[in-house]
Design a protein around this ligand. Structure first.
Ligand SMILES: Cc1cc2nc3c(=O)[nH]c(=O)nc-3n(C[C@H](O)[C@H](O)[C@H](O)COP(=O)(O)OP(=O)(O)OC[C@H]3O[C@@H](n4cnc5c(N)ncnc54)[C@H](O)[C@@H]3O)c2cc1C
Length: 238
């Protein structure tokens, strides 16, 4: 198993951190894929063990590996948060086939709730870098702007990439101290039809905690989307 070293970490939203690791020269992955990270001899552990899967947040063209996670109070996350920079962890992968489809005439519609943004961040970064011809729609739901990872960078990308359409929505603005002039409420059929010329035609991608993925799939099927056009990545463990 190759080793990678922690090169940096920062808070990217309330209770959410990004972790940066060195990227081995021979480590290839496709945008949207996940890796397994294993802590080596951590000072504490729990019944889930020392390994977690994370979607890679950065893109294959970048010279690093970045992951992001909601910081709950578990042994793995406590240790990760306090690891000295330069510490080695084990890397396995990449795994999964949650990658952008090839037929560029079909738009891609990404549905992300909270930390489910991670694989889409990678796909959007790489598609923008490659000037990919696909139309990309990202519907991204969070409680408040304070909780929304990568909000600024995604807004910036939408300004620079005319094929990337960004629709963030907030579900708990009553608890926010920030101003918000965008969409509010959960991602539902009405929000989709405001931006998409037709619900039939795009390939839909959903990622996040299993309950959220199940709810989104049900919403799409009820709205008449063909199940063959729906792809999902469940962050089992949440
Ligand atoms: C292919 C794949 C890709 C993945 N990609 C990612 C990724 O990019 N980012 C990522 O974060 N995870 C990702 N995951 C999930 C990840 O591997 C972990 O399982 C997940 O982060 C949960 O971590 P944890 O086990 O430390 O428990 P956590 O769920 O972080 O914490 C569990 C504890 O928190 C408590 N808790 C549960 N919900 C809440 C809440 N809402 N508020 C406060 N406390 C709560 C629980 O009671 C429990 O004690 C992925 C999983 C897979 C399979």
């Amino acid at each position: 198993m190759p080793l990678v070293t922690l090169t940096g970490r920062e808070e990217i939203a309330r209770g959410t951190m990004a972790f940066h690791f060195s990227r081995p020269a021979d480590f290839d992955f496709r945008a949207g894929q996940a890796i397994d990270l294993t802590l080596i001899d951590p000072p504490e552990t729990d019944e889930e063990g020392n390994t977690r899967a994370f979607s890679v947040v950065c893109a294959p063209f970048e010279n690093q590996l970045m992951v992001a996670t909601r910081m709950r109070d578990t042994a793995f996350k406590r240790v990760l948060k306090s690891l000295p920079l330069g510490t080695a962890v084990k890397l396995e992968g990449p795994s999964g086939s949650f990658v952008l489809h090839r037929k560029a005439e079909k738009p891609a519609v990404f549905l992300a709730g909270g930390i489910g943004i991670t694989p889409f961040s990678s796909i959007i970064r790489q598609a923008t870098h490659d000037n990919a011809p696909h139309q990309l729609y990202l519907f991204y739901s969070n409680r408040r702007p304070e909780d929304t990872a990568f909000l600024d960078v995604l807004n910036e990308t939408a300004k620079n990439n005319p094929r990337f359409h960004f629709i963030p929505t907030m579900t708990k603005m009553e608890n926010s101290a920030q101003e918000w002039h965008g969409e509010t409420g959960h991602i539902d059929r009405d929000l989709l039809v405001k931006s998409l010329s037709s619900l039939q035609g795009p390939i839909y991608y959903m990622a996040g905690p299993p309950a959220m993925v199940t709810a989104m799939r049900w919403m799409l099927v009820k709205a008449g989307v063909d199940e063959d056009d729906i792809r999902s990545e469940e962050f089992s463990g949440y």
